[in-house]
Design a protein around this ligand. Structure first.
Ligand SMILES: Nc1ncnc2c1ncn2[C@@H]1O[C@H](COP(=O)(O)OP(=O)(O)OP(=O)(O)O)[C@@H](O)[C@H]1O
Ligand SMILES: [Mg+2]
Length: 374
């Protein structure tokens, strides 16, 4: 790509603005009557970063995006784009590429005209418009389909046109709200990879919304978990997954073994806990405090070990073993509790002897002390 390419993003060091591409929310709040859709959130997307809002239906993801895009007013707080407050700027002057589920293509315009529309609104001359639209369509792999109307395109191709329209005016950042919700699994995974490739090659910041945890895990530099209009936890995907702050996050992000415990000692990043019949364990501690505690261990972080150890292990019995193809899921009865253990199936016998005694162990770093909310 040459430096004169119209698709070069604003996140270019030569522009001199260190914050080009950043999005910042400061104590942003939005209420509708007595519903608080977004409850004083603070959030920063750094230049070039891929940040995902992940949360269940109604947790405030779309409302947050609409306030950043300028389609919704803030009840209070402030949004800054490229380090500058944008409260007085209408959506088209915020320089954000937007793909929202509800933000459909114009049915009577061709794919190319749909993409050009974004430039027409910005008063770009026709010859340049055409060239830039062609380039944007090529980037999303639709160079040959520019003349087709939306109804002559598949769902995935329509989403790509929407993406081309969002990229064509060199936005400083992209806002993508469930852009692939209507696509089937295969197409979805393909689009996920394409969006990541485009994002990396342009170095553009992305604020992404999904309620699909796999999608969030695979695409994001950072995941922001939302619940009831608030941010519950944020961090790198593997970090949030392995070290949830409470049982709600642990369960929302997949299967978790939650072992109720009493905290005996806390120092730095480690806690010593009494797990009742499972003995004493040493686990990771993030310092969260509450009335009741548990240790969370992901099923794939539990392993069969040859013999019991003094710490971070227990003995139990196999209740069921199920081959799921790539993995085997074992249901165990350990110290009066049901635990899940997942192991790769490659090279392993499918079923353990049912009801036979087994020993399971876990690494201290993969067991997280968390607060029990429910
Ligand atoms: N225009 C509105 N009027 C009244 N309440 C609204 C309005 N828009 C959103 N809400 C409420 O605000 C809360 C957050 O909605 P929002 O659309 O932001 O959720 P979401 O996280 O995007 O959910 P989903 O995953 O279903 O898209 C919900 O309780 C919703 O009913
Ligand atoms: Mg939504």
């Amino acid at each position: 790509m040459t430096t004169s390419s119209p698709l070069q993003t604003a996140a270019d060091p030569t522009t001199g603005n260190q914050e080009e591409g950043s999005i910042e929310l400061r104590r942003v709040r939005r209420t509708y009557g007595d519903v608080t859709a977004v409850d004083d959130i603070d959030l920063t997307v750094h230049p070039g970063e891929f940040v995902t809002l992940l949360g269940p239906s109604g947790s405030g993801k779309t409302t947050t995006m609409m306030m950043v895009a300028g389609f919704e007013e803030l009840t209070s707080g402030m949004v800054l784009i490229n380090g500058r407050p944008v409260d007085k700027l209408p959506p088209k002057d915020r320089n954000l590429g937007v793909v929202f589920q509800s933000y459909a293509l114009f049915p009577h315009l061709s794919a190319r005209e749909n993409v050009e529309f974004a430039l027409r609104m910005r008063r770009v001359r026709p010859a340049e418009r055409r060239q830039r639209a062609e380039e944007a369509l090529e980037r999303v792999g639709l160079a040959k389909l520019g003349d087709r109307r939306p109804r002559e395109l598949s769902g995935g191709q329509q989403q790509r046109v929407a993406l081309a329209r969002a990229l064509v005016f060199n936005p400083s950042a992209l806002l993508l709200d469930e852009p692939m919700a209507a696509l089937d699994k295969r197409l979805r995974e393909q689009m996920q990879e394409e969006i990541k490739t485009i994002q990396r090659s342009l170095g553009i910041s992305v604020l992404f919304v999904t309620h699909d945890q796999d999608e969030a895990m695979s695409m994001s530099d950072r995941i922001v978990v939302m619940r009831d209009g608030r941010i519950v936890q944020q961090g790198a995907p593997d970090d949030v997954y392995a070290h949830p702050v409470n049982d709600w996050v642990a369960n929302f992000l997949g299967d978790a073994n939650l072992l109720p415990c009493t905290v005996l000692e806390r120092s730095g990043e480690t806690a010593v806990v009494d797990l009742g019949e499972l003995g004493v364990g040493r686990v990771r501690d993030r310092g969260a405090s509450g009335d009741r505690y548990a240790v969370s261990i992901r099923p794939e972080h539990l392993a069969f070990i040859p013999a019991d150890r003094t710490e971070n292990s227990a003995s139990g019995r196999v209740v069921t073993s199920t081959n799921l193809g790539a993995t085997i899921r074992h249901r165990l009865r350990v110290g009066g509790q049901d635990l899940l253990l997942r192991e790769l199936s490659a090279g392993r016998r499918t079923a353990r002897e049912l009801d036979g005694e087994v020993f399971v162990g876990w690494e201290q770093d993969e067991a997280q002390l968390l607060v029990l909310e429910s």
